[in-house]
Design a protein around this ligand. Structure first.
Ligand code: ZN
Ligand code: ZN
Length: 667
């Protein structure tokens, strides 16, 4: 079996996007290959790292010229030689990780790793793996990318290859395969969005941070009767509401979207993308053959992306945002001659299957990998030994059965959670969970609070539900293949009134399809049951809530709801609701996960087959159900991120001997 380790860093979106897309491509064309994506900056620097990231974003947003200074500084300081003590930690961490994972090929999408790898293997005639560097910059390539050697450099286009060659990298090591955009772009039969003579001109306008005053420009674009606008505002709910208000009268030609993870689909259904020169966005637009008008550039980092659009004639760069309407007019004047030119150039330069081609190259490199047997194995004390106590097994006859570790209340960034659905899978999977249920908030629009929260972008909107179920379905398959972990689709129905006694949160667990948000509680429960899902009362009793009010409606109306509900949360994150136990109601315990630190909280253990129906049945009957307080132990954080060596899969870091454990009384 081939092993590939992809190293990335979350500074700027391009590196992570490249890493993620390459992983998807590898899993697509070679399901047997073991692929891991790792951000060592995240694990070795922790909080410091996120501070750096915040500072980076702050600097970018408010002082682009200052950022250019920092970027060119990076160009001149060798990362490995700068002697920062933090880098010693990074070097140690990377050394450990490599010896544990023993990859055949290491792929780096961030320039800081290659110098450390050179350092680590300086005393060896040959390193035991191949190194592939994926350059995510275009044209203005930071020298940090090629200062340290790499067996192969993959670059997004020919002009970038020329720059690298001029800097002394041997030509045979440079492969201009394109930027690894999502393999979705290579879906067979996918055609670039056609333009009809005198038909509508569909523009996709992405509002950037710090460039919110775009109303006038949008008005001017709409002066052309053919123009239809789709505007995305990201997570800025205020701006979204403001623009919706501004264009209320023009609903037929203007659509305002908030945050979306469907950019590829949007690019494939619009004639021009108007937005900033971000690395991932520019490359995706090229893959979608969607011409781009750039209205903002972060100097240094994004200069090359803008140059690329300009040099290859794939669109236009506007010096000022107010020039955008003029550029659009020109592009579509004279039977859209200029636009057709952009499209023709895009067809020539677009590499929608780049991720697949790079994946093939990486797999070929694996065949030339060196020999790990000459190198000392990883420090074993860092790994759990075979006797690490896992979840206490309950003896059933002579066979000790292991309990399933479950968490049925988890929020992704479809509502107010921090992680995406794929990130949740890669977070829970390596921690040895057997079953998780993602339950994003869906607010009832008829209720006052529902109206407010729908505006705030922190809940699922009804229009996103289909996409939400699709993404969960895709991740369900990946999680099972990769971690043997069940992923169930769910929703937390927020039925909030003005007081705690009129508010309720209801979990739907293992849902097959969406349910309307504007139903009352008994109707919602009936619909959940009709599709075989569980209906569970969420934080039903008094607790210290981080987000506001208690939700006591179900508890106060127990007589009505106890016969309808399948279970009640006896614990939610750190709170325990003793009355649920005293009343002998069926129970489960969940994280109400919103961010990584919430993992250290109450969980459910079930003794049943790892299979959705068996799990639901176990909860309904409430036999062999117990709860445990989850803690990690015995593993270094970095090695848990790797997660794949056999020892870790068979005997994963699990809930330690439960600090506290409540055993269900049978019958
Ligand atoms: Zn809730
Ligand atoms: Zn919740």
């Amino acid at each position: 079996m081939k092993k590939v380790l992809i190293l990335t860093a979350g500074f700027g979106e391009g590196h992570n996007a490249a890493a993620r897309n390459l992983r998807d491509a590898l899993e697509l064309i070679s399901p047997d290959t073991q692929v891991e994506v790792l951000d060592l900056f995240e694990s070795t620097y922790g909080r410091l790292n996120s501070l750096v990231k915040q500072a980076h974003l702050g600097v970018v947003r408010y002082a682009p010229t200052l950022w250019r200074g920092i970027y060119s500084l990076l160009d001149h300081v060798s990362v490995a030689d700068s002697g920062v003590t933090g880098l010693t930690r990074l070097r140690t961490a990377l050394g450990d990780v490599l010896r544990v994972a023993q990859p055949d090929c290491v792929v780096s999408t961030y320039p800081a790793y290659a110098p450390i790898i050179r350092e680590l293997f300086r005393d060896h005639s040959e390193k035991p793996f191949r190194l592939v560097t994926i350059v995510t910059d275009s044209i203005s390539v930071n020298a940090a990318w090629h200062r340290a050697p790499s067996d192969v450099f993959v670059v997004p286009n020919q002009p970038t290859a020329t720059v690298l060659h001029a800097a002394g990298v041997p030509g045979e090591r440079i492969h201009a395969l394109g930027f690894p955009v999502s393999p979705q772009f290579a879906t067979p039969g996918l055609v670039p969005f056609p333009l009809e003579d005198d038909g509508p001109i569909k523009l996709l306008y992405v509002v950037n941070h710090g460039k919110k005053k775009c109303g006038k420009v949008l008005d001017r674009l709409l002066e052309n009767e053919r123009v239809h606008l789709t505007i995305t505002t990201g997570r800025d709910a205020e701006l979204k509401a403001e623009l919706q208000d501004r264009f209320r009268e023009r609903g037929d030609r203007v659509q305002v979207l908030g945050w979306t993870n469907q950019m590829p689909a949007l690019m494939l259904s619009h004639h021009v993308l108007i937005g900033k020169a971000g690395g991932a966005v520019v490359q995706e637009a090229i893959a979608a053959r969607c011409p781009m008008v750039i209205n903002q550039i972060i100097p240094g980092q994004e200069t090359g992306n803008a140059q690329l659009i300009q040099q290859l004639g794939l669109g236009m760069v506007a010096e000022r945002n107010r020039e955008v309407p003029g550029i659009i007019e020109d592009a579509f004047a004279k039977k859209a001659r200029l636009w057709h030119e952009w499209r023709a150039n895009l067809l020539k330069h677009s590499r929608p299957a780049a991720a697949l081609r790079i994946a093939e190259l990486v797999l070929a490199q694996c065949d030339d990998a060196g020999d790990w047997s000459k190198f000392a194995p990883a420090p074993l004390q860092a790994l759990p030994d075979a006797n690490t106590p896992g979840v206490p097994a309950i003896v059933d006859g002579n066979a000790a059965r292991r309990s399933l570790l479950c968490d049925f209340h988890i929020h992704s960034n479809y509502s107010d959670g921090k992680l995406t659905v794929p990130e949740l899978v890669d977070f829970y999977g390596p921690r040895g969970f057997d079953c998780i249920c993602v339950t994003d908030h869906l607010a009832d629009p008829r209720r006052v609070i529902g109206k407010l929260s729908n505006l705030s972008n922190l809940v699922l909107s009804e229009s996103q539900l289909e996409e939400y179920f699709e993404v969960l379905d895709r991740e369900r398959r990946r999680a099972w293949r990769k971690y043997g972990m069940l992923v169930l689709a769910g929703i937390e129905f927020n039925k909030d009134g003005l007081t705690k006694k009129s508010s309720a949160h209801l979990l739907g667990i293992d849902m097959q399809m969406p349910i309307a948000s504007a139903l009352d509680l008994p109707e919602t429960i009936a619909q959940l049951h009709a599709q075989g899902a569980l209906a569970v009362a969420s934080h039903p009793h008094v607790f210290k809530s981080e987000w506001g009010k208690n939700t006591l409606y179900l508890w106060e109306n127990q007589d009505e709801f106890a016969p309808l509900l399948d279970a009640w949360e006896i614990a939610n994150r750190n709170d325990i609701f003793a009355p649920v136990g005293l009343k002998r109601l069926p129970f489960i315990a969940n994280s109400d996960f919103h961010k990584p630190k919430h993992i250290y909280s109450w969980k459910t253990l079930l003794q049943c087959e790892k299979q959705p129906d068996a799990i639901k049945d176990c909860i309904r009957r409430n036999e062999h159900v117990s709860i445990t307080l989850y803690r990690e132990g015995g593993l270094l954080p970095v090695t848990t991120r790797i997660g794949r060596p056999a020892e870790l899969v068979d005997k994963p870091a699990r809930a330690l001997p439960a600090v506290a454990m409540l055993q269900a009384v049978n019958g």
